[in-house]
Design a protein around this ligand. Structure first.
Ligand SMILES: NC(=O)c1ccc[n+]([C@@H]2O[C@H](COP(=O)([O-])OP(=O)(O)OC[C@H]3O[C@@H](n4cnc5c(N)ncnc54)[C@H](O)[C@@H]3O)[C@@H](O)[C@H]2O)c1
Ligand SMILES: O=P(O)(O)OC[C@H](O)CO
Length: 384
């Protein structure tokens, strides 16, 4: 049993219970499908599959939809996953559990599921949702593990809302300090489920994900949790620039602090219901820290700054991530669109300069601007 690191008595989180559940003979076992099979998608399937074997209320088998591709060997990725019980491209060296079944047919993968776990890079979700209209069970529930958002003509749209609106189902979110490769090795970490109204549904998701090394709690704040997961990727890009420029730990800590402050301000401006306490959950401060230390966004941004911005993020992503996808660069663009449309740019200098640097309008050094006379410095102005 992992130590309880979650000891705040006044917030509305719950700690998941690991005790075996009582038998529930009347109900047919719940079928779970994971929509996505990248780096985190594969780890999510592994976590879930270890629990469905133990919990009587769930069907053992976990379907995992695979965006099919042909490997250099000429074999289909989904076939190799089913043969080797391993996602050789996106999570090599890790057994997923024999009850994980890779399925390249999206419709078939979701047909019988009443719990749908969405975990693809965010730019693909709207297309996937459109394909799923009318193809899922009407009593299905969803959860999004996707860190990102879309910007529409009417304003920003969170991925959980895209899922809910297209499919007409409730959608919770799960975010946290969760570098997939570390969880794949069963190193202890925490995560936060965000739910809207129904705590019973949140409890079901907690039960599905929680293991001795993956400690899940829940908060009634979907937007807060999802915006934390989304916006921290922009802060990670800033931290990568600082690393690429070899500016040191104090500067990186300043970026983390300023970034967290802009995350909170942006979230509350968009959704006044967002709770301060959410920023102290795993989805908040903990995710900002881990992503600024060890994430893919940080790594690619470091390389970008080291090259003086001369190699594009697309080029670096393709070379360094081998098919995995960055979310921070497009999120910075989406956030910038919201800020400029609403006239908020000057209040979010870190977010806006990340975008300007990513698209080459500013040099990487612009991530810190020294200004002795910044009037609101004592209140935490975002320029250093
Ligand atoms: N990897 C992590 O450590 C991690 C941790 C927590 C959250 N997340 C978040 O989870 C989400 C998914 O990340 P990931 O790491 O599983 O993916 P990934 O970065 O490994 O992306 C690769 C996946 O995208 C798929 N893909 C490529 N083109 C596609 C298309 N046209 N349509 C549909 N799918 C396509 C690939 O088949 C592969 O499954 C992201 O929002 C990410 O921010 C990732
Ligand atoms: O590798 P990144 O930068 O996509 O971040 C991974 C996770 O979101 C960290 O929680």
């Amino acid at each position: 049993m992992a130590p309880s690191l979650h000891d705040d008595p006044i917030d509305d989180c719950i700690s998941a219970v690991e005790a075996p559940e009582p038998p529930q003979p009347q109900m047919p076992p719940i079928k779970v499908t994971v929509v996505g099979s990248g780096n985190w998608g594969s780890v999510a399937a592994k976590l879930i599959a270890s629990n469905t074997l133990k919990l009587a209320s769930f069907h053992d088998e976990v379907r995992m939809w695979v965006f099919e591709e042909t490997l250099p060997t000429g074999e289909k990725l989904s076939e190799v996953i089913n043969k080797a019980n391993e996602n050789v491209k996106y999570l090599p060296g890790i057994k997923l559990g024999k009850n994980v079944v890779a399925d390249p047919d999206l419709e078939n993968a979701v047909r019988d599921a009443t719990m749908l776990v969405f975990v693809t890079p965010h730019q693909f979700m709207e297309g996937i949702c459109k394909r799923l209209v009318g193809k899922i069970r009407s009593d299905a529930e969803a959860i999004s593990l996707i860190k990102g958002m879309e910007v529409k003509r009417d304003g920003p749209c969170m991925i959980s809302s895209i899922i809910s609106e297209h499919l007409g189902i409730n959608c919770c979110v799960l975010m946290g300090a969760n570098i997939a490769n570390e969880i794949a090795l069963e190193q202890f970490s925490e995560a936060t489920v965000g739910y809207r109204k129904n705590k019973e549904t949140a409890d079901k998701w907690v039960k599905l994900f929680h293991t001795s090394y993956f400690m899940v709690s829940s908060v009634q704040d979907v937007e807060g949790v999802e915006l934390c997961g989304t916006l921290k990727n922009v802060v990670a890009i800033a931290a990568g620039f600082v690393d690429g420029l070899e500016m040191g730990n104090n500067t990186k800590a300043a970026i983390i602090r300023i970034g967290l402050r802009e995350m909170k301000a942006f979230s509350k401006l968009l959704f006044p219901s967002v709770k301060d306490s959410t920023f102290f959950e795993s989805c908040g401060i903990a995710d900002v820290i881990t992503t600024c230390l060890g994430g893919r966004n940080r790594r690619c941004a470091e390389a970008f700054a080291k090259n003086g911005g001369k190699r594009s993020f697309d080029e670096l992503e393709a070379e360094m991530l081998q098919g995995q996808k960055l979310q921070g660069v497009s999120t910075a663009k989406e956030v910038h669109e919201v800020l400029s449309h609403r006239g908020w740019l000057e209040h979010f200098p870190l977010f806006s300069s990340v975008h300007e640097i990513c698209c080459g309008r500013l040099p990487p050094t612009a991530i810190v601007v020294y200004n002795e006379h910044t009037p609101d410095q004592s209140r935490g102005g975002s320029r250093i």
